[in-house]
Design a protein around this ligand. Structure first.
Ligand code: XMP
Length: 510
């Protein structure tokens, strides 16, 4: 076990992730954790994270000096490095220039931290304070042009400090440095893998839930599916999953979800499908404004779910498929600052009678959730499913939503996805889908005038979904999709391809 002590840095989960990538188990705790608890866990190493404060100021995040006397290797990163130096008698001061971004790093290869690391490389800096004098017993092991102490160490005491951020990929040799700490300084064995995560979670869920009842809102998306399967493996039919079919899903999606999770499927759980399609179409009748549509879809979901929950009665736990990026974006990420509030977190808990929330995927990134999914034996098409927004096709039909329009966009989207898969592009494009514009135009088909809808195809490549660029799909593929949609989907006579990036566009249309 390696412990990451969270002082409020933005990259804490990345640190944990890098440690896990070394196949070493890692847990994150707030810097407020009692030292006795750390002693009891007896970790093989401790990593102190970055953070927004200045360690010499009163009331700044700090820790007992005793931490450095436990004989456990400690690595301080950024704020953690400054705090270590400050507490042990070094000097930390405000720098005349704030260093932010890439810097040229020179390291001493005699340091075990920098073994097999290029002597000169690029590192990622983000700080306004700097270590002006190391603590007694420490030796400087790296510098940058603006930073006299980019890293220092006290080998005898197994204490290491790094001013930059090795956990960020912009630090070219960072992964190697962290792995040197974990494997060569802490001497962790590389025996932790995703299957251990699964086993540990199953064990932890069993202990927590006991004989209690658990309720899960299953959307069929990757996160809620993986969470549901994990729960089902742990507690079987103490789990009830409610799947709301709001009639705004992709073609066949409701049946696909039912086939996997329903009574004919592979899992031991109580699956309830609520067919609320007509109810949604009714509510959406005549509504054109995007935010109004989103609100109706969201509220209706809560209402439908609430009705089902009432039938089930009080439960002890509610499962949510929250993953780490949701946590950060909603400002719930441990000690770190609020970035933005996310549209899928919150909402449900108020309407259900339960005691506690279970979020088994809370510490994982999307690709790690997928690995857990594969480990659990969930079908690949579910595990690698692309993101699908909560409001579904409701925000891919511009203007009023009707059953007829839903059918058109489902069929067009189905063809588009089929052709993308045939062209072997389905895993390489970030997100792609068809939408229905609110525009009708004149066309000609078989010598006859038509006056039909225009479908728009969207495909984007993105790293974090905050920014995106339109994907360059080969023209033959687009042509094929166009011709199939016009021929096979009634009510469409024109197909557009959207080349707008984000910003200024968003990925969805509403
Ligand atoms: P936008 O359209 O904001 O989309 O560029 C960014 C990503 O978020 C997804 N998205 C949503 N996901 N609930 C969700 O769960 C929503 O209300 C929602 N709106 C957009 C979108 O599909 C894209 O991946």
């Amino acid at each position: 076990l390696v412990i990451v002590l969270d002082f409020g840095g933005q990259y804490n989960q990345l640190i944990a992730r890098r440690v896990r990538e070394c196949n070493v188990y890692c847990e994150i705790y707030s810097y407020k954790i009692d030292i006795e608890k750390i002693k009891a866990m007896n970790p093989k190493g401790i990593i102190l994270t970055g953070g927004p404060s200045s360690c010499y100021e009163e009331n700044s995040a700090t820790y007992s000096k005793e931490l450095f006397e436990l004989g456990i290797p400690v690595l301080g990163l950024c704020y953690g490095a400054q705090l270590m130096q400050h507490l042990l008698g070094g000097k930390v001061e405000r720098a005349s220039v704030r260093e932010y971004g890439k810097s040229e790093l020179t390291v001493d290869n005699d340091s075990v931290l920098f073994k097999n690391v290029a002597t000169k490389s690029i590192c990622w800096m983000s700080h306004f304070d700097y270590i002006s004098q190391t603590a007694p017993g420490f030796k400087i092991t790296a510098t940058t042009p603006d930073c006299p102490v980019a890293a220092c160490e006290n080998v005898e005491k197994n204490l290491y400090a790094i001013q930059f951020h090795p956990e960020v990929l912009h630090t070219e040799e960072g992964t190697k440095m962290l792995s040197n700490f974990v494997l060569n300084v802490c001497k962790c064995s590389r025996d932790w893998r995703m299957d251990s995560f699964v086993e540990e979670q199953i064990q932890a869920i069993r202990e927590k839930v006991g004989t209690g009842k658990v309720l899960c809102a299953l959307s069929g998306g990757v996160d809620s599916s993986v969470a549901a399967v994990l729960l089902s493996k742990a507690i079987g039919n103490q789990l009830t999953c409610v799947f709301v079919d709001h009639g705004l899903l992709r073609k066949n999606e409701g049946d696909e979800v039912e086939a996997v999770f329903g009574p004919e499927g592979n899992y031991d759980l109580n699956f309830i499908r609520v067919n609320a399609q007509q109810r949604y179409y009714e509510k959406l009748k005549g509504v054109e404004e995007p935010e109004a549509k989103r609100k109706i879809i969201g509220e209706e979901f809560i209402r439908v779910f609430e009705e089902e929950a009432k039938k089930i009665g009080a439960v002890d736990f509610l499962v949510q498929g929250t993953i780490y990026p949701d946590v950060v974006e909603s400002g719930l990420g441990g000690e770190s600052a609020v970035i933005k509030s996310h549209h899928n977190v919150g909402g449900l808990p108020d309407c259900v009678d339960f005691k506690e929330i279970i979020e088994p995927l809370r510490d994982l990134f999307k690709d790690e959730v997928r690995k857990v999914g594969l480990e659990l034996g969930i079908p690949e098409y579910l595990v690698f499913r692309q993101p699908f927004p909560g409001p579904g096709l409701g925000i891919r039909i511009i203007g009023e939503v009707t059953e007829e329009k839903v059918k058109i966009v489902q069929d067009a989207d189905f063809i588009y996805r089929e052709e993308i898969a045939k062209a072997g592009l389905d895993r390489s494009i970030g997100q792609y889908f068809a939408a229905l514009t609110n525009m009708r135009s004149v066309g000609v088909m078989g010598d006859e005038r038509t006056y039909d809808y225009a479908v728009v195809l969207r495909a984007v490549n993105t790293i974090d979904f905050m920014t995106a660029e339109s994907a360059e799909i080969p023209y033959e593929v687009l042509n094929k999709v166009m011709s199939r949609i016009i021929n096979e989907v009634r009510g469409v006579n024109r197909v557009f391809y959207d080349i707008t990036s984000k910003p200024p566009g968003t990925i969805e249309f509403e």
